[in-house]
Design a protein around this ligand. Structure first.
Ligand code: EPU
Length: 484
């Protein structure tokens, strides 16, 4: 590890997280310059905009790093240890930087290792942060809600700012707060966030989640490991990122067992140590590039990806007409020629088809012959991104209350929507604005698939979860202009 430290006053330095990221940024900048030159001159784009000349298959190899939805939580888990933790394979994305900033505000010393994506998090001097400083992070991410348990254990109090994250539905935090109350937390809602205390300490609890929420399951895990006594969590989420978080906590000294039927038992222990862990790969990023390969009739090797966590996606990819080869170091995805086939999908919790996979896939489905249906059962507002696809020539009808008369495998929730996509429809270039993280990536895919030129704006949102995506587009031979 190098000695370069990061503290509150040096938040900006957190942004330069790894030597590799810096190198990648440099080569990205070189690529951008080249692209701008190819286009003739600078065309006056802001760093939040890209011009894409579509209709060219994506071909080549890119690497996927650690999962956003694990790395950020693993960083919070470091707060629970008495000794420093080392997290490897950390992606250089803005959500990670937001969490690093919040940890630094609470006194966690973050240093980066010589290896790309290696972070050391030292929680020896965890302290109460100023509310005003925390407030500066309001609305930037949903991860701060997971600071509750660890901060209550370490400091006896916590202040959590208003949350951010993608606007894809109400995204309430009632399951989190109910679980925390079960452990003995006292919660006060303030105009700018929530304040928590634990006057009698935190004690193990019996909790049944109304829905297998990823975040609420993580909340329970991060709180129960140091709570006094046993916790039984029923109807827990069992996503691979949750299993990876459990592995991290076990390395730290926790006693956690995963039982059948979504039950997790946690025996509280008096203290935990730091961990050394390589974050599981990002399934969402992998599925996004796979969908991009399919939609653009391309051939993309996605390095760092493993089959097991992708099984459900791979089945759908094959049903739609894509092909793939599993290798030791990744998976190659390609369009084998011929017509793509329509599918019916219900998004679901793991091991079902992830809600985060539907947006990139929808673009490929606009090119399938016939009618595809996607029932979105996890979030109540996750088809906003299709407006832009319709503008580009797609035939997509969104049923805001779902298709009530259709047979369904996943039990209906009181809200849901369905999108019916009829293809194939050629897409044409358009000016489009990124609405949210996954929807934004699907906009990029649409622009790459479309004939003609598209201008995609509000790109910053995509960097929340996709590392060096501009560089990756360049590596895959996309034709674009991007100026920083
Ligand atoms: N829910 C509640 N109350 C709660 C918590 C959740 O009603 O207290 C509901 C939500 O409104 C939603 C459902 O439960 O309808 C599922 O939400 P969940 O808690 O599982 O989602 P999350 O933890 O907020 C994580 C990922 C999401 C991913 C979902 C589902 C992170 C930071 N986010 O969100 O990722 O879609 O799980 O797998 O881990 C993304 O990466 O773009 C993204 C949105």
């Amino acid at each position: 590890m190098t000695k370069q430290t990061v503290n509150e006053a040096e938040l900006e330095a957190v942004e330069q997280v790894s030597a590799e990221a810096a190198a990648a940024e440099e080569s990205e900048a070189a690529g951008r310059k080249l692209d701008a030159q190819k286009a003739g001159a600078r065309v006056g784009l802001t760093s939040d905009e890209i011009i894409i000349n579509g209709g060219r298959p994506l071909k080549g190899r890119i690497e996927v790093r650690g999962a956003k939805n694990l790395a950020t939580k693993a960083m919070v888990a470091a707060l629970l240890g008495k000794t420093p933790s080392v997290l490897r394979n950390v992606p250089n994305i803005s959500d990670v930087r937001v969490v690093a900033g919040l940890l630094a505000l609470h006194g966690v010393l973050i240093t980066r290792g010589e290896q790309a994506g290696e972070w050391r998090l030292d929680p020896s001097n965890v302290e109460v942060a100023h509310q005003a400083d925390i407030d500066a992070h309001a609305g930037s991410s949903r991860i701060p809600i997971l600071f509750c348990g660890p901060l209550l254990h370490r400091l006896g109090e916590a202040f959590i700012p208003d949350l951010g994250g993608c606007r894809i539905g109400d995204r309430p935090i009632d399951f989190h707060l109910d679980a925390l109350r079960n452990f003995g937390a006292v919660i006060e809602k303030l105009p700018s966030g929530i304040s928590l205390t634990a006057p009698n300490g935190l004690k193990g609890a019996n909790i049944e989640l109304p829905y297998p929420s990823v975040g609420a399951t993580e909340q329970v895990l991060l709180t129960a490991v140091l709570a006094e006594g046993q916790t039984e969590l029923r109807n827990a989420a069992i996503e691979p990122e949750i299993v990876d978080l459990i592995c991290i906590l076990q390395k730290m000294g926790a006693i956690i067992s995963m039982e059948p039927n979504r039950v997790i038992f946690i025996e509280g222990v008096p203290e935990l140590r730091g961990y050394d862990h390589r974050a599981i790969f990002d399934r969402n990023e992998a599925a996004s590039w796979a969908a991009a390969a399919l939609a653009t009739k391309g051939d993309v090797f996605v390095g760092g990806v493993e089959q097991e966590e992708m099984m459900t996606f791979l089945n759908v990819f094959r049903k739609v007409g894509g092909d793939f080869d599993v290798h030791d170091d990744g998976i190659r995805f390609w369009h084998p020629g011929g017509a793509l086939k329509p599918v019916t999908i219900e998004t679901d919790v793991h091991p079902g088809f992830m809600t985060d996979w539907q947006q990139p896939l929808v673009v490929a489905l606009t090119q399938a012959e016939g009618q595809s249906t996607i029932h979105e059962t996890v979030y109540e507002n996750r088809f906003g991104f299709t407006d832009a696809l319709v503008k580009m020539g797609a035939d997509i009808v969104v049923y805001k209350e779902g298709l009530h008369d259709e047979a369904r495998r996943v039990k209906r929730r009181e809200f849901e929507q369905a999108a019916v996509i009829t293809g194939p429809t050629p897409l044409h270039g358009a000016d489009i604005e990124v609405p949210d993280l996954r929807g934004g990536f699907s906009h990029l895919i649409a622009a790459l698939t479309a004939e003609g030129q598209s201008k995609v704006t509000n790109l910053g949102i995509i960097s929340r979860g996709y590392e060096n995506f501009i560089e990756k587009l360049r590596l895959l031979g996309a034709d674009f202009v991007y100026e920083s």
